[in-house]
Design a protein around this ligand. Structure first.
Ligand code: AMP
Ligand code: ZN
Length: 494
């Protein structure tokens, strides 16, 4: 079984050969750039984490490598733009909510972990930037000793990127375009920098301004630049080199490029610092990317308020491969919900589904013991999609085919993947069957249709009422009228 992944660094789809296979490590290391905890992660951020979680699950549960998956918690001031200027995001959050930056960090870290658990993402380490300040200072010191650092008065300590031969290599041929973009003022630049690509390693606290988060350093009171935490924390937990670094595509030009620059100049002797760089595309809303700093907040509580579950969200994410952008709107979530629901219906319609066994065993062992050709082909088809750069849309089309006819071995495989990889909760529904039906939430839009129907009925517009009843039926629901009220049921209840 081989995994093929697209590597941003080489701009090629490559066979995944971890340091483990070369006898250089006893684990596979993944580092995923985590949230800045000044507000809730929105659906776009969560897409990046679900992608990283899926990748980790494939490596741990299908390829069977011991895995260390790190997701950092940025709880120290990032500035609101890439050019090391603008407002500090943590302090901005603190002002917004009348709390200290520390309380803001605590609150949103807790929410983040809660969402991660709900989405069944198995990350192993959540290091906080504020717990690794000394490591960040040490890293900057080593860069200073090597002559890469200069000071801008009343501003901070900066990395001199003109001293790095291969600066910007992660961008490949887009590097020139990126430079033109900065030059044409697409991003706010800092006139005091020696080169437009130079970036802050340490920012000074402004004179006369009391910050919630600041630390002493050899260069004065202040706080670390944005990129340094990821270099310092990945080194502390995964070692000097590691296998995979992930993040959203917006990180390629600045954050990841600068992480590479400072790591490779400071402590890396074997370049590249990280073997594989994987970047997920945006989730768009209303024609542009969902963005926290623009105030987009759509997140798990909105989903649940409308009666959808994290499983519907996961299914929705799987409809596009991580390297393609995906459009968010509630209709799309609803479509995912209906498709997933039809899948459950088809599973229930399969008479063999009552014999399904949830197996937690090793997939290679399960594969060895398969008896039927059908199950062997089913497994091969699933693996072909997952191991081909996480081709989730192709996977969904396979899962939706002939489900009602699958034999028990294939159903057992399906259950194994649902539990360990897809995490759509399909088999949870199936196993719990009847006892859970009345607990399945009725989505908000369904209750609205039911209300319209009730209204039409009270107004004696029976034709309209019937139209609403048909609409409900198409979506898998029906209504029963009682003396003074009505109740909406899932069709499956009967
Ligand atoms: P942040 O909390 O802003 O640092 O972002 C956390 C992760 O979400 C990063 O990997 C970003 O690249 C990613 N991200 C931000 N906005 C979006 C979006 N609209 N769609 C997909 N990923 C995003
Ligand atoms: Zn990072």
């Amino acid at each position: 079984m081989n995994l093929y992944i697209y590597n941003t660094l080489t701009r090629e789809k490559e066979k995944f050969i971890p340091f483990f296979d070369e006898g250089k490590k006893d684990f596979v290391g993944i580092y995923t750039c985590g949230p800045t905890v000044y507000s809730d992660p929105h659906f776009g951020n969560l897409r990046a984490f679900v992608f990283a979680g899926l990748l980790g699950d494939i490596i741990r549960n299908i390829l069977n490598y011991p895995l260390k998956h790190v997701v950092n918690i940025t709880d120290v001031g990032h500035l609101t733009d890439d050019a090391d200027s603008g407002q500090d995001k943590m302090e901005k959050g603190a002002i917004r909510e009348g709390l200290t930056a520390w309380d803001i960090a605590k609150k949103y870290e807790k929410n983040f972990i809660n969402y991660i658990n709900k989405l069944e993402l198995n990350f192993d380490f959540f290091p906080k930037a504020t717990d690794y300040i000394q490591e960040q200072i040490d890293l900057i010191k080593s860069l200073e000793e090597k002559g890469f650092v200069y000071k801008i008065n009343n501003d901070g300590m900066y990395m001199d990127t003109s001293k790095i031969d291969d600066y910007g290599k992660l961008m490949g041929e887009n590097y020139e375009k990126h430079i033109l973009g900065i030059e044409s003022g697409a991003r706010i630049s800092n006139d005091n920098k020696k080169n437009i690509t130079d970036f802050a390693l340490w920012k000074f606290s402004k004179r006369g301004e009391k910050r919630h988060m600041e630390r002493n350093s050899p260069w004065g009171l202040g706080f670390p630049g944005w990129h340094i935490e990821c270099s310092a924390m990945s080194k502390a937990i995964l070692g000097k080199n590691f296998d995979i670094h992930t993040g959203g595509i917006d990180h390629i030009t600045t954050h990841h490029t600068n992480e590479i620059a400072q790591s490779e100049c400071s402590f890396v002797s074997d370049k590249p610092w990280v073997k594989y760089w994987m970047h997920s595309q945006f989730l768009n809303f209303d024609g542009k990317k969902l963005s926290k700093s623009s105030g987009d907040t759509l997140s798990i509580p909105d989903l649940e308020k409308k009666g959808y579950t994290v499983y519907d969200l996961r299914y929705f994410y799987f409809t596009a491969q991580y390297r393609n952008s995906l459009k968010f709107n509630w209709d799309a979530i609803h479509k995912a919900y209906i498709t997933k629901r039809n899948l459950v219906n088809k599973l229930w319609a399969n008479p063999r589904s009552t014999s399904v066994q949830m197996s937690t065993g090793d997939i290679k062992e399960i594969e060895k013991n398969l008896q039927t050709k059908e199950a062997k082909i089913f497994l091969k088809n699933i693996l072909n999609c997952l191991l081909d750069d996480l081709n989730t849309p192709r996977l969904l089309s396979i899962l939706n085919k002939d489900v009602d006819k699958l034999n028990v071995e294939s159903l057992n495989l399906f259950a194994w993947f649902d539990l360990n990889i897809f995490k759509f909760g399909l088999f949870k529904d199936l196993i719990n069957k009847k006892e859970n039906l009345d607990k399945m939430p009725i989505p908000y839009f369904i209750t609205q249709i039911a209300q319209e129907r009730r209204k039409a009925k009270l107004e004696r517009d029976y034709k309209k009422a019937d139209e609403f009843r048909n609409k409900l039926s198409e979506q898998g629901y029906f209504v029963k009228d009682y003396k003074d009220t009505y109740i909406v049921y899932h069709k499956l209840d009967y």
